[in-house]
Design a protein around this ligand. Sequence first.
Ligand SMILES: Cc1ncc(COP(=O)(O)O)c(C=O)c1O
Length: 363
Amino acid sequence: MSSTVESLLRADLRDFAGYKSARSDTLIGRIWLNANESAWANAADTDSRLRRYPQPQPEALCARLAQLYGVAPVQLLVGRGSDEGIDLLLRAFCAPGQGRVVIAPPVFGMYAVCARLHGATVVDVPLRDGSAGLCADLAAMGDAALAQGASLLFLCTPGNPSGELLALSDIAALARRLRERCIVVVDEAYIEYADAPSATTLLEAGDNIVVLRTLSKAHALAGARVGCVLAGPALIEALRRCQAPYPMPQPVVDAAMEALEAGALALTRSRMAAVREARARLADGLRGLPSVRRVYPAAGNFLLVRFMDVSAAFAALLAAGVVVRDMRAMPQLGDALRITVGTREECRRVLAALEAVGAEAAA
Ligand SMILES: Cc1ncc(COP(=O)(O)O)c(C=O)c1O
């Protein structure tokens, strides 16, 4: 076991084997009567693919994902989106009612939601708003993790909704500082849009680093629900024991395998360049509007925008049939909207709708 897993895994889960499903047996045979599956296929299942339970960690898909992310298959756990990865981390490393996790709000909401569901305390270290953008204070986050005895610290890079891209050297330094004391989770849901190296390159150096990746964004498979946790083998094994027996439905596995074939991957890569260009064009267009107070630097496929009168901007977009993410309820973002970079026409519609909004600040 790695020293981090040894010191941070919930004590009551140390000798916990998890559910042993029929598919996890290493038995070999031609007649399978060990899982109470139907002996006949459903009439709708014409090629009889769905009669059997799927593999808990589908081997071919895991191998392909491992290759995509540049890790070994033993360093990867696939699940129902990175949302499931976040949930599994909480389950494994926060004792119910006792755990603590450090986050930097405003940030993706699932870290706090999962923490709350597990009865863990959320330690907030707010982002700092400055000339470089809305930025995480990694030193303060590290201080908070040590002072509060947190077992998990979530970084989001590129940040949702901040758009901030963290430097790998800063992540590595934080992980070194927290070694054996706290796991640094690096959520890279939008990293493909940033054209920057992944924190997976840090996995060999530190066993308290976990990277979350997803097929929901750049790979355009949000509806399939496929995400990965990447970490050292001991940590992956600990999470696997906390996961539901058959997390990956067979049609999802088949769709993901197709989406990761060479042709589809090449198209995905070329789309990233197009999104980066469209992002720059949209940001320029927004900066030229009188109703826009600030457009933050962005490394994902969205822009965080402050408005003179955010209610008027939101209403104008809605009146034009454009739905964006209302950030008004989030800390520090009472005048902000988050706008996804869409097609050229969708971006044009956003700018056209906002042109009519005046420069007056809300009363
Ligand atoms: C930062 C971040 N992490 C994780 C997720 C969840 O991704 P998935 O679809 O893989 O569960 C999202 C979804 O919007 C996100 O913004």
